[in-house]
Design a binder for this molecule. Structure first.
Ligand code: PLP
Length: 409
């Protein structure tokens, strides 16, 4: 403690914020903050790889686990810990573990919880690299995966075996925005003593809190909306302490740790998450409705539209429909590429969840490695275009899309 804070009882009483029963918007701004003796207002970045001890005995007690405290930043770091506590509060989780990327979050979860011989049932509509991780790498270590149709509960049921330990999904799905019933899938998982793990990247805790619907573990790519400004790669896993201890145990040994600088960027990202998500949802709905009435557009996929097959389910389990939508252009790949190439402002990139609107052609980018059969089964038609609606003025986004649409003959 510095002298000034020691001599100021009012200040020291407010140094530790112990926030409970607050709303998600408040947790997003203040959750997890522990002020240092400097009484800083904004969270500091602790760029230190290791920590010192007051004595050899204290070092021994820390290493032996008899005394809590920092040892080394691969294990714990105060800035990372603040991010973990804030995210856990927002998801309503007992504990969160921050990771170096979204994929590191998925790897740490499954490597921490599963062993050779275990089986996973996974939605077919998950992030492409998640597919690769399961099919190529987990398989090498004796963990098998069956891929099923996200919205068909019977296909989940029939894939479960005595070895099934985890059901894994993303909802809404990318890029068609299909919505799975989290409560039903949680009940199904639990009736087989399996865990339901939900990648909550598209909704963020602001729009959907799967733990409250019965899911056991949440995974995020913080790279997307949690940062929301395209600056850093990171991830996070949240759930009950029992499971998170295993995930943390793997992370500590494998080094899938988040850097303190990235944790600080994500903390600042979380502070504006609620208002950003509101704005993303509002603009996405306006653009989706507008696209339904544009020439050359045969179909728009967005959970917020009444034409969406799971609109009612999305409305009941989400607080909003998100910022990602996709649409089908008449004329297949050529027309889709013409539209994309004739926009001027939108960023042509497969990334999403950014303040800047992005546009991509899933069939030749994010889903390019699928066979033609798998693509058509997944609804990734050649004319499909996906946009992640950003925070520019919505009329400017429409104008840019119009430029693309007008270029289609
Ligand atoms: C991007 C993404 C990931 C992977 O996250 P990285 O931060 O790129 O490692 C996982 N799941 C979903 C749904 C994603 O969009």
């Amino acid at each position: 403690m510095t002298d000034s804070s020691k001599n100021n009882p009012l200040l020291s009483a407010r140094i530790q914020s112990d926030l409970t029963d607050a709303s998600i918007e408040t947790y997003a701004v203040r959750g997890g903050q522990v002020r240092t003796a400097e009484a800083e207002h904004s969270e500091p970045i602790f760029t230190t790889s290791s920590y010192v001890f007051n004595s050899a005995a204290e070092a021994a007690a820390r290493f032996g686990g008899d005394e809590p405290g920092n040892i080394y930043s691969r294990f714990t770091n105060p800035t990372v810990a603040t991010f973990e506590k804030r995210l856990a509060a927002m998801e309503g989780a007992e504990m969160a573990v921050a990771t170096s990327s979204g994929m590191a979050a998925i790897l740490s979860t499954f490597a921490g919880l599963l062993k050779s011989g275990d089986h996973v049932v996974c939605s077919r509509s998950v992030f492409g690299t998640t597919n690769v991780l399961f099919e190529k790498y987990f398989k090498k270590f004796g963990i098998s995966t069956t891929f099923v149709d996200l919205i068909d509960i019977n296909s989940w049921k029939s894939a479960i075996t005595d070895q099934t330990k985890v059901l894994f999904l993303e909802t809404p799905s990318n890029p068609l925005g299909e919505v799975a019933n989290i409560r039903d899938l949680a009940d199904l998982a639990h009736s087989y003593d399996a865990l339901l793990v939900v990648d909550n990247c598209f909704c963020t805790p602001v729009l959907q809190q799967p733990l409250k619907l019965g899911a056991d573990i949440i995974i995020h790519s913080a790279t997307k909306y949690l940062d929301g400004q395209g600056r850093c790669v990171g991830g996070v896993v949240a759930g009950a302490k029992k499971e998170m201890d295993e995930v943390y145990g793997f992370l500590r040994s494998a080094g899938t740790t988040m850097s303190p600088f990235n944790a600080w960027v994500f903390l600042k990202g979380l502070e504006t998450l609620s208002i950003r998500m509101k704005a993303h949802c509002e603009s996405a709905l306006e653009i989706a409705s507008w696209l339904e009435n544009q020439p050359h557009i045969s179909k728009v996929h967005y959970g917020g539209l009444e034409s969406h097959p799971q609109h009612d389910l999305a409305r009941s389990q989400q607080n909003g429909f998100g910022g990602v939508l996709s649409f089908e252009v008449e004329g297949g790949k050529e027309a889709a590429w013409t539209l994309i190439d004739n926009t001027r402002m939108l960023s042509i990139t497969a990334n999403l969840g950014d303040t800047k609107t992005t546009i991509t052609h899933p069939a030749t980018t994010t889903h390019g490695r699928l066979s033609d059969d798998d693509k058509s089964r997944a609804g990734i038609v050649p004319g499909l275009v996906r946009i992640s609606v950003g925070l520019e003025n919505v009329d400017d986004i429409k104008d840019d899309l119009s430029r693309g649409i007008k270029a289609i003959i």
